[in-house]
Design a protein around this ligand. Sequence first.
Ligand SMILES: *[C@@H]1O[C@H](CO)[C@@H](O)[C@H](O)[C@H]1NC(C)=O
Length: 290
Amino acid sequence: MFALPFLLALSASLPLAFAAPLPLFGINFGSGSTADGTPSAVSQSTVDSTLLRPAQFARVAYCSPASVTALSCGAPCEAINQVKVLTAGGDQGETPRFYVATDPQTQSVVVAHEGTDPDKLLSIANDAEFAQVAMNATLFPSAAKGTLVHDGFQKTQGRTADIILSTVKSALSSSGFSRVLVTGHSLGAAVATLDATMLRMQLPSSVEVDSVVFGLPRVGNQQFADMVDSLFPTFTHVTNQKDPVPSVPPRFLSYQHASGEVHITSVNSAGDGTLVACPGQENDVSRTPV
Ligand SMILES: *[C@@H]1O[C@H](CO)[C@@H](O)[C@H](O)[C@H]1NC(C)=O
């Protein structure tokens, strides 16, 4: 059992991850799932070194752009108080909040996107019957034909794509850093996954692009999942107990997760969690709502 103050604060302080059962979740999304092996325990040092900092950044994306820019959002901002915020925006409507910062602690340029409440996430996930569309060839120049993603998620990502790309490029050059971390929670996790893909395709290979996200819905088809696997060997998406968001859109509509799921199997009354690393792309059974 491990203390996960930031991961849990991320979900507990936000009315997002543990929505009351919604009609859609009556479906058993676990059907047809494949288990590629046995989950393995995640050590405290792995949590500390790979998950806590991204969780801190993802949490700050929920603060208002003005308070992020001034680093005045209270505890969430204090946890990242060494960063320099280069741009922050979004309106909590069509364009969820986001920011780009440089982080001396991890020598990284950080991109973070806010999520949305579960009802909204579901309505977006349901939008146009889970329509999958081709990836925008301008933003994702090396996506192969047949690589399809959720229309609503891509539209949301497209609203900030240009400012994210240009700010990250200038941040890399002004900071001298050669690493980008992209993170987010819920809808923000989907946008972050698309941003990371865009950045990987558009930045020089000397720049390392990593993505660690929380409460990720499925973003695209099997080909998209395989592409994320090959672009990001260390891609990590954390799923929390029975949070329903990672189970939408469902697999029977040709959606597939990339690999890299770390699942919080339980949290005790003291707020300590148990985490396992899940092999392969899909591990529905462990997180299918009861
Ligand atoms: C693709 O992305 C570019 C750059 O952001 C944008 O100008 C264009 O409108 C997008 N295309 C579609 C079909 O959304």
